[in-house]
Design a binder for this molecule. Structure first.
Ligand code: KIV
Ligand code: ZN
Length: 388
């Protein structure tokens, strides 16, 4: 079975930037867009141009700057939004308009006070109108996660007939279970007429912590684009994290799916986005968190010192992290202490290690972590006690 490509659609600058306190200026957006282009992102969602003059300017400048990726702009199913997006994208080498409308009964009733038939009409209008400006039009069925599959297939069929090249199936509220989301994608693959002319895309939110699992279930069932953000930032609990889906597909080659992303730049890109947005990365964040390759319990450290494969499924160098860390705490054992001490130039006999380890435990019990400087102090204390 040949390996197929999953396109990575990054929405850090649009869904990610919707996070309170994460506002970026145009220069910052250009810096991030340039990095996204460099790491191999296929589509960069640069913003929602009609939302503000600042966003319009950012999308325009990003369109001029980006060399390889498609540059995408979001709109509602509103003619003026589409005209403004087309204008902002006019310098893009590969422009895409991302337009759509809510399709769940909840959205139809409470947001639009409308009917299913009217929603289909508006979807057709939006896609056809966007198509009059650009060739590449992505249609989103907002709240597709809570839209019944039969109606969703009807809307998607209409969108493809109107010229949509990509069908985005957002789990807007992060509600679906992975199995359910995967089945939704499979159903659409089998029931949308003309689907051979369009790519299905997963856009999953993380309200129940399932954004990444849902996106993977989506591609395992036939979707070929994942919408995601660096560090998983985004509305409320965030979006699917780019670094997670890229590494999952790499670590599970039996899925026969790959991306164009250069994983060696993942850690640095995560740090850069965190700095620019002023949004810190939780230490236990998969792939890019400070503790993602840190080992602190004695049992794990002993295994790691014998062979890294005991507790690491990814070589940290693969994602741009220099090396895994052995963190000394009161839970560490003799093996970790001897390993750390040796790295710092202390060769200890078994007897010396016993003495130093006793000193170490007394010291470590009073601290969260024993750092390199503390090791020098512990060595000195042990030496003095041995002489006395
Ligand atoms: O979550 C969502 O439904 C969205 C759409 C606007 C694509 O972000
Ligand atoms: Zn979203």
């Amino acid at each position: 079975m040949s390996t197929e490509k999953v396109e990575i659609f990054d929405t850090t600058l649009r869904d990610g930037e919707q996070v309170p306190g994460c506002k970026l200026n145009t220069a910052q957006k250009l810096k991030i867009a340039s990095r996204l282009d460099e790491i191999g992102v296929n589509v960069i969602e640069a913003g929602f141009p009609v939302s503000s003059p600042g966003d319009f300017k950012s999308v325009t400048e990003i369109s001029k700057l980006v060399k390889n990726a498609t540059v995408c702009a979001l709109t509602r199913a509103v003619k003026n939004d589409i005209e403004v997006a087309a204008e902002a994208l006019k310098y893009a080498k590969y422009p895409r308009i991302h337009t759509g409308i809510g399709t769940s009964d909840t959205h139809i009733k409470y947001k639009f006070n409308s009917t299913r038939e009217e929603i289909i009409e508006r979807a057709i209008m939006a896609v056809s109108y966007a198509k009059s400006f650009v060739e590449d039009v992505e249609f989103y069925a907002e709240d597709a996660g809570r839209t019944d599959n039969e109606f969703l297939a009807r809307v998607c069929t209409a969108a493809v007939k109107a010229g949509a090249t990509v069908l985005n199936i957002p789990d807007t509220t992060g509600y679906c279970l992975p199995e359910e989301y995967g089945q939704k994608i499979k159903y659409l693959k089998e029931n949308v007429k003309g689907i051979e002319n369009a790519r299905l895309s997963c856009h999953c939110h993380n309200d129940l912590g399932m954004a990444t699992a849902n996106a993977i279930a989506g591609v395992a069932n036939g979707a070929r684009q994942i919408e995601c953000t660096i560090n998983g930032i985004g509305e409320r609990a965030g979006n699917t994290a780019l670094e997670e889906v890229v590494m999952i597909l790499r670590q599970h080659p039996h899925l026969n799916l790959m991306t164009d992303i250069n994983p060696k730049l993942l850690f640095d890109t995560s740090q850069m986005v965190s700095r620019e947005m002023g949004m810190y990365v939780q230490p236990n964040k998969a792939i890019v968190g400070a503790n993602a390759f840190a080992h602190s319990s004695g049992i794990h450290q002993d295994g790691m010192i014998k062979n890294k494969q005991t507790y690491e499924i990814i070589d940290p160098a693969d994602v741009g992290v220099t090396e895994s860390a052995i963190i000394l705490t009161a839970r560490s054992g003799r093996a970790a202490l001897a390993y750390k001490a040796k790295k710092m130039g202390y060769e200890l006999t078994k007897l010396q290690l016993d003495t130093v380890y006793r000193e170490f435990l007394n010291y470590a019990d009073l601290r969260k972590e024993v750092v390199d400087n503390d090791i020098h102090v512990i060595m000195e204390l042990s030496r003095k006690r041995n002489i006395a």
